[in-house]
Design a protein around this ligand. Structure first.
Ligand SMILES: *Cc1c(COP(=O)(O)O)cnc(C)c1O
Length: 398
């Protein structure tokens, strides 16, 4: 039992995250070993030849693959239900690799406009320079996806829930439109985490993560991963990946592998904490609006019920008093830290208008629903009572 990855795929996620992908060396170590090596040696010239030809399984160079990195990929595959995966040095390496390997000059990409700033840069600037056109749409409006399709459309790209306004896009419906157009759908699933949303099951072709967020979850290292079918990885990604070198370091792979062991526990606690804080904030007259994917008053509640489980570890809220109100709130917090990161064991609060989304124009921010009084909160794993005390103290300061 639990010797091969196929067996691991048959157990529940919390079990798969502890055992999935583990490859033990001859020493029989309990914990996954860290193979901090660039390359590999061969017993004979014939063995090297066979390894390079692919006649013999095994590793050849850590830019291609490494035992520790492969264990991380296999554990992610078990969680996501994906046939294959490639781990990358950061979330942006995962996004840019997945997009760049799927298009060529003359192609067209359609993306939901509520994008992480760097994703927008890849789509508009990096792909634009390579002769790939793009159209940004309101991801919740299915007619806009349909209307954006051109004969040369090859890729649809979206994030859901979106950053920072936590809008939810109907992944199954967008996948259907993509497939009818002969395009693939790539989903950036960072905000949902692999515990709360399974894009591949909903019809997406490729899923990408910044493992920097919940997967590490303890603020230590950057990482990313691209997951898809074995066929897509082999045909589209493999050569691009090997030759452009976005590979994850074995040390970071080891850290992320250990992060996965506790991912189900952390995400459950973070979600419970976020739900509790959403409730407290929604009850305050100083809060104009709370957006939380676990609440019945979320505008996309019906889609959330169909495609996500368990709310979210993140919430967004609009304070009365605009930027001054938001700053007073953030500055009065003692436990929740001010940071632009998310998914961490530590609760973190962000003022998107002046940090993560400062490069957008005021109008573009308004279009995305990012007001000057909006804060995004990533709930950590602290005791909920302490977080409630902290939030209550900050509300009093507004
Ligand atoms: C953080 C993030 C990324 C980029 O990840 P890095 O690991 O920082 O490169 C991409 N997409 C989303 C939605 C993110 O939150």
């Amino acid at each position: 039992m639990l010797k091969t990855n196929d067996e691991v795929k048959r157990v529940r996620p919390a079990t798969a995250m502890v055992h999935g992908g583990t490859m033990r060396s001859g020493f029989g170590e309990t914990s996954e070993a860290l193979f901090l090596t660039q390359g590999f040696v061969y017993g004979s010239a014939e063995a090297a030849e066979a390894r390079f030809k692919g006649d013999e399984p095994g590793f050849v160079y850590s830019r291609y693959s490494n035992p520790t990195t492969r264990m991380f990929e296999e554990r992610m595959m078990a969680l996501e239900g994906a046939e294959d995966a490639r781990a990358t040095a950061s979330g942006m390496a995962a996004v840019s690799t997945a997009l760049q390997c799927a298009v060529q000059a003359g192609d067209h990409v359609v993306a939901a406009r509520a994008l992480f700033g760097s994703c927008r840069y890849i789509i508009e600037t990096v792909l634009g320079r390579a002769g790939v056109a793009s159209t940004l749409v309101d991801g919740r409006d299915l007619d806009q996806w349909r209307a954006a399709v051109r004969p040369e459309t090859k890729v649809f790209f979206l994030e859901s829930p979106t950053n920072p306004t936590l809008e939810v896009i109907d992944i199954a419906a967008v996948a259907e439109i993509a497939h009818a157009a002969g395009a693939i759908l790539i989903v950036d699933n960072v905000f949902a985490t692999p515990m709360q949303q399974k894009p591949l099951e909903l019809g997406a072709d490729v899923v990408v993560y910044s493992a920097t967020k919940h997967i590490d979850g303890q603020g230590r290292c950057l990482g990313g991963v691209v997951l898809s079918t074995a066929e897509w990885i082999e045909k589209n990604l493999q050569d691009f990946f090997r030759h452009t070198g976005p590979s994850l370091s074995p040390f970071n792979a080891w850290t992320l592998l250990k992060g996965l062991e506790t991912l189900p526990l952390r995400v459950a606690q973070q979600t419970a904490n976020a739900a509790k804080l959403a409730e407290v904030l929604a009850g305050s007259p100083k809060v104009a609006k709370v957006i939380y994917p676990g609440r019945a008053d979320h505008p996309d509640a019906e889609i959330i019920a169909r495609q996500m489980t368990g709310g979210s570890t993140l919430l967004a809220f609009e304070l009365e008093g605009g930027k001054a109100g938001a700053f007073r709130f953030a500055n009065a917090l003692e436990i929740v830290k001010i940071s632009n990161n998310l998914g961490d064991a530590k609760s973190l609060v962000t003022h998107p208008a002046t940090t993560t989304h400062k490069n957008l124009t005021e109008e573009a921010r308004a279009e995305l629903g990012i007001g000057p009084g909006m804060l995004r909160l990533s709930a950590g794993i602290e005791d909920p009572a302490d977080l409630v005390d902290d939030i209550t103290r900050a509300l009093a300061a507004v």
